[in-house]
Design a protein around this ligand. Sequence first.
Ligand code: TGC
Ligand code: FAD
Length: 392
Amino acid sequence: MRPDLFEAPDYYNLDELLSEEHKLVRDAARQWVKRDISPIIEEFAQKAEFPKQIIGGLAEIGAFGPYIPMEYGGAGLDQISYGLIMQEIERGDSGVRSTASVQSSLVMYPIFAYGTEEQRKKYLPKLATGEYMGCFGLTEPDHGSNPSGMVTNFKDKGDHFLLNGAKLWISNSPFADIAVVWAKNEEGRIHGLIVERGMEGFSTPETHNKWSLRASATGELIFDNVRVPKENLLPGKNGLGAPLGCLDSARYGIAWGAIGAAMDCYDTALRYAKERIQFGKPIAATQLQQKKLAEMITEITKAQLLAFRLGQLKNEGRATTAQISMAKRNNVDMAIKIAREARQVLGGMGITGEYSIMRHMMNLESVITYEGTHDIHLLITGADITGLNAFK
Ligand code: TGC
Ligand code: FAD
């Protein structure tokens, strides 16, 4: 892969809206991506392997639990800082951002928000440093968009719970030390359980042959009569709203992350178009390529404004699920369209691993599907504005 020459576009001077702390946090993540991700990521994506050596770096830039209070090992930052960290990491690779999203919003958040004080003290500091890595098991082979139909279940056996079932498409599962698993009790109510690697009957086979998120490990979670200690139940919240509450936080991070992938594609295409000579002049001097580039920066700027305002609402505790859905859907769609256009600007070179664009484009095919598909987020907006639910 070529040297990383990335320069972040800021067409509407959005930096002026950021605090000094936001900029410090953002710049630290940006430099780390340039130094530790860009030089290696193409190789790991090509060999379909998660680069485990980056875990310590992710922890150092505050990517594990950015908004979790410092007393539990988190970085104690606000929601805009969290968003900026996700943006910078996904500028490098969506798969690396996935690892950070899952650790922060889908593992640390439920333990923080729904766990006991003992669970917080036991797990959060180790998750913040990356000593423990976690995963989140909601999706099942027959229940993706409709998690309320899940069949994974646990029975009360007196001194422990007995867990049975299977989860599919689980980011980080092949190497995770713990899994936050959503399962139904005997009354059919959904609860969260912390399952630890090494518990008998618990296995995590890897899912191979992905064309997307190749530098992220994805797998299954299989529970065959797993004895889960009772103290591993998350008591603070139950029902589908418990996992959906975690998804609000992760989807918010993705709304920012997708901007990073789009910025990288735009910046690469702009530089290439100015340097590439055809018919005796840079292709950037042609109207067709300018149309592509001008539309890209317009869409990126709109997405940045959407994410920033959502961050303000989130800081105030006012961001609704539907607002988060709109931003996740819009920004990922924006990024995937920009990746496709940017690839064309590079002509044949756009399909090689010399440049990051094709990898971003393939990654974004997962991002537009996970954490609620493009369709599901549209239906969430539709239900919100009409008061009529079109899911069922
Ligand atoms: P519905 O009837 O709407 O709601 C059930 C209960 O949940 C409450 N609720 C929420 N609570 C908190 N936060 C939210 N965001 C909530 N949304 C809904 C709701 O009030 C209700 O409460 P109660 O007390 O009345 O029971 O549920 P539904 O079955 O109709 O489903 C709605 C739907 C389709 C929107 C939901 O199921 C959905 O979002 N589906 C998409 C599934 C999804 O996003 N899966 C993601 C899996 S994790 C993942 O992809 C990780 S990728 C990680 C990475 O690598 O980055
Ligand atoms: P389905 O739900 O079967 O949907 C198939 C199609 O039908 C989609 O286009 C969908 O939009 C459409 N559709 C579904 N319902 C409706 C409806 N009511 N109206 C109109 N159209 C509809 N899950 C986890 O729990 N943890 C993870 O860590 C995790 N990581 C993932 C990593 C990757 C790389 C991928 C690809 C997925 C991951 N997922 C994870 C799962 C992800 O959340 C699901 O793939 C997603 O929710 C969609 O579910 P599905 O794939 O079963 O698709």
